[in-house]
Design a protein. Structure first.
Length: 86
């Protein structure tokens, strides 16, 4: 009888540990990433430097066939190409 109880307890403990590990793994990289996603840095279309999206200026670039985001440093470059500021 005692042996069975110990076995059940051991299995319970193993399941509990596995569950805790799974939860930690689930929480680890994914849970906070939702917030981070919106704060994720975007790369400048010219210099590919990662910058805060707030610091990017967006232009419609017919040559690129899309909208491009440029950082402060590359802004004059975009202005020189007379791209349409959005
Ligand atoms: Zn740039």
């Amino acid at each position: 009888m005692n042996y069975a109880v110990v076995t059940v307890l051991a299995i319970g403990a193993i399941l509990w540990i596995l569950g805790a590990l799974k939860q930690r793994r689930r929480r680890g990289p994914f849970a906070p990433s939702k917030k981070k996603l919106s704060m994720q840095k975007q790369s400048c279309s010219y210099c590919r430097r990662k910058v805060n999206p707030k610091e990017l200026s967006f232009y419609s670039a017919p040559a690129h066939g899309k909208v491009i985001g440029v950082c402060k440093a590359c802004k004059p470059q975009a202005e020189r190409q007379s791209l349409l500021r959005l």
